[in-house]
Design a protein around this ligand. Structure first.
Ligand code: PHE
Length: 444
């Protein structure tokens, strides 16, 4: 059977950028900047994004396109049987991450629905806080929204690459940029916004430490959707004439742009209202709604913001879903539609304990972590970095010639940094990633 391809280069770039731009950019990046000391985090992050993230992304896309297969098939074809275990790991990582990513995605739907139905009218800051607590700890409500979020994802992926994922990305990514631009303008025109801008942009080098550097590299990987097969999968549908470094460059730039804009949206607002930028994960769901509530037409601002979060989350979720769907569909030769439905149901069910872990199952802990935190810890600390290292080693050592041919389109589109890229994959990126793993396991 002829393998489906993206309808256009722009379609691929938007879909891959849709995967990269997610809750990681809008929810996690600003709170990491807030918690890790501002501008200095930004500087280190950008450095990693360009030096390591860009290289690994090229390797992942090239792996997928060369093999024309899902991550498992791709590792097997390019590296041989021994390496296929890493493809399997990537599929497992995508499955696991989507199971809890979808829970947070469900919260964004909950906030959109509640804003529209007037559920937040007259709320004060403290009420937003208790409301968030009630939502995430309730045994039923977040699971219903988690189901709704997965259902959205299934409805997109079931239509395939061009009429499903690519079409969704072409509609949603422009929408995302419009919403983001509107919100940034609103935030920057608040009285006192400049203090936030300064905090975000001016590095204070005294915050530079190993912990922060490790967090920046980990975030760069997560934000670019690396290490879990998403770009291997998307790359496998990329036409053979396209330039991989060029496409990867676009995706990295768009991802960075959204992270920076999210910083310009969130930090100025937090400073203008004298809130704590180091508030952590609650920044998005508690601090910001409380700020919006104070503004004229705050309800509109709030609606735009939660829609933005939802759009960012769903375009990322579909790339994870596609990883698992392409694996099951290709390796077991089953029809795409049914595979998509059943994979969606399985991921939904697997995610339920993570949601309960924030409430009624809170005391089920392993190594002092509830199930939600534990899954995040295992995937972030072990699965993701191992997947990324495996990709680098296959690209740099095991099949370098095939990769070099793929990255340069058989020499027809020379890549000026090919040698630098090779050594990045061979040595620098694996060492950097190993060090982050070490920090995450043994660090403070
Ligand atoms: N990159 C996404 C984000 O920033 C998360 C993600 C990771 C999505 C891996 C797909 C694959 O939120």
């Amino acid at each position: 059977m002829q393998r489906e391809h993206w309808g256009s280069r722009v379609g691929f770039i938007l879909a891959a950028a849709g995967s990269a731009v997610g809750l990681g950019n809008i929810w996690k990046f600003p709170y990491l900047v807030g918690a890790e000391g501002g501008g200095v985090f930004l500087v280190v992050y950008v450095g990693f994004l360009i030096a390591i993230g860009f290289c690994v992304m090229i390797a992942e896309i090239a792996l997928g396109r060369h093999a024309q297969a899902n991550p498992f098939g791709a590792f097997k074809r390019v590296g041989g049987k021994r390496w296929s275990i890493f493809g399997l790991l990537a599929v497992l990582t995508a499955f696991t991450i989507l199971s809890f990513y979808s829970i947070v995605g469900g919260w964004t739907i909950a906030y959109v629905v509640k804003t529209i139905t007037g559920g937040f009218s007259g709320y004060s800051g403290a009420e937003f806080e208790s409301h968030f607590g009630e939502l995430v700890t309730s045994p039923i409500e977040p699971i219903v929204y988690h189901a709704a979020f997965m259902a959205f994802g299934v409805l997109i992926v079931i239509n395939g690459i061009t009429s499903g994922i690519e079409r969704a990305a072409k509609i949603m990514m422009p929408l995302l940029f419009i919403l983001l631009a509107l919100l940034v303008v609103r935030s920057l025109t608040l009285d006192g916004a400049m203090a936030g801008v300064r905090y975000f942009l001016v590095p204070d080098w005294s915050h530079l430490d190993a912990d922060m550097v490790a967090a920046a590299l980990g975030q760069a990987f997560f934000s670019l959707s690396l290490g879990m097969g998403a770009l291997i999968t998307y790359g496998s549908y990329l036409g053979e004439k396209e330039s991989i470094p060029n496409a990867a460059g676009w995706v990295v730039c768009l991802d960075l742009l959204v992270a920076v804009l999210a910083g310009f949206l969130i930090l100025p607002a937090v400073f203008a209202f004298n809130m704590d930028p180091a508030a952590g994960p609650g920044l998005t769901f508690i601090t910001l709604p409380a700020i919006f509530a104070e503004l004229p037409f705050g309800i509109v601002v709030q609606l735009c913001f939660f829609l933005l979060l939802f759009v960012a989350a769903i375009t990322s979720a579909i790339s994870l879903l596609q990883v698992v769907v392409s694996f099951v569909g290709e390796e077991f030769n089953v029809c795409r539609q049914w595979t998509t439905v059943w994979v969606g149901v399985a991921i939904f069910l697997f995610g339920v304990p993570s949601s309960l872990a924030l409430g009624v199952w809170g005391d089920v802990t392993f190594y002092d972590m509830n199930i939600f935190d534990l899954l995040g810890y295992i995937t972030d600390t072990f699965f993701l970095p191992i997947g990324a290292i495996a990709t680098c080693l296959v690209a740099g050592w095991v099949s370098y010639d095939k990769f070099a041919a793929e990255v340069t389109n058989e020499g027809q589109r020379p890549f000026a940094y090919l040698t630098a890229w090779k050594w990045m994959c061979r040595v620098a990126a694996p060492i950097g990633i190993l060090w982050v793993m070490y920090e995450a396991i043994f660090g403070a």
